[in-house]
Design a protein around this ligand. Sequence first.
Ligand SMILES: NC(=O)C1=CN([C@@H]2O[C@H](COP(=O)(O)OP(=O)(O)OC[C@H]3O[C@@H](n4cnc5c(N)ncnc54)[C@H](O)[C@@H]3O)[C@@H](O)[C@H]2O)C=CC1
Ligand SMILES: O=C(O)C(=O)Cc1ccc(O)cc1
Length: 324
Amino acid sequence: MSVHFRKLALIGIGLIGSSIALAARRQGLVDTISIATRRPETLEEARELGLGDSYTLDAAEAVQGADLVILCAPVGAYEGIARAIAPALPSGAILSDVGSVKAHVVKVVGPHVPAGVSFVPGHPIAGTEHSGPSAGFPELFANRWCVLTPVEGTDPVQTEKLAAFWRAMGSKVETMDAAHHDMVLAITSHIPHLIAYNIVGTVADLETATKSEVIKFSASGFRDFTRIAASDPVMWRDIFLTNRDAVLEMLGRFSEDLSALQRHVRTGDGAALEAMFTRTRAIRRSIIDAGQETAAPDFGRPHDTPPEPEPVPLVREHGGGDDA
Ligand SMILES: NC(=O)C1=CN([C@@H]2O[C@H](COP(=O)(O)OP(=O)(O)OC[C@H]3O[C@@H](n4cnc5c(N)ncnc54)[C@H](O)[C@@H]3O)[C@@H](O)[C@H]2O)C=CC1
Ligand SMILES: O=C(O)C(=O)Cc1ccc(O)cc1
């Protein structure tokens, strides 16, 4: 299905918003792009980068006449944005977002969506630890999943139109319900980030002499954690505040497994350790076999950023998937 929008409005123009602007433009998916952001400095940066056609600090102004509106701010800002843009959303438009959590978004944005507007929340599972308008690049979504979580009653034609938009930017699209998304992402993305923040925080708290030794001799395992722990603090604060239940549920399981590992180490149970490490190696292999990850990092990307570890392919339980 070919897809085209007259006016795309991006509310928030950091890594994800700017990548959408660049990819949508490159693929000829939109006639014009309007950009709204909260801070004048960010708006100026977006203008200098030529990411859009019009720029404003007023989100309601940006959405006027738009047939596709995508919220690209940290999820904690969504409710205020939704309230502000609601009266200006044109009938027939699709309202979507890119937030890393979905049930919260449905809860805080849903009530503000006017009749005649199709609300189709989304989440491109693609990113880096970099943020801001200059961090974006048009290939960000290529061969990455984008999950859509349409609410009950959403016009399937509008959901398909948005899916076609993401596929045209290179994504594979899957639909599921918001609660399921949050549970899957809690373990594949949110807890890995929490672990990275924790281990790097532990090093940060070491006394100075030990800390400089850790930094000097850091092996790739720790270096990978520091990359993830360099991710945007506000964005990740909001993710943990808004996906609390799923994160705590998965963290409970994680803690049980960690305690078992701790016991194997303490009791010197080599067989149990080896059995566990053999099982985890198989997961890595299945990710590579599924084409979710390259065996060798692709350092041709901006910022010399290795591709992020992708979750195990999302197991479909709900809705009708349509990955291209
Ligand atoms: N960074 C990543 O790797 C990924 C992020 N996401 C999601 O995408 C969203 C945006 O993340 P990034 O682009 O990485 O963040 P970013 O920090 O690079 O950009 C966020 C933008 O939102 C703007 N903003 C903040 N509050 C605002 C408000 N009240 N009104 C208008 N604009 C506002 C900021 O000024 C900035 O331009 C988040 O919800 C995040 O969960 C999704 C997938 C990957
Ligand atoms: O940089 C990384 O390793 C990531 O994991 C990027 C990322 C961050 C948040 C998301 O919701 C999806 C992808």
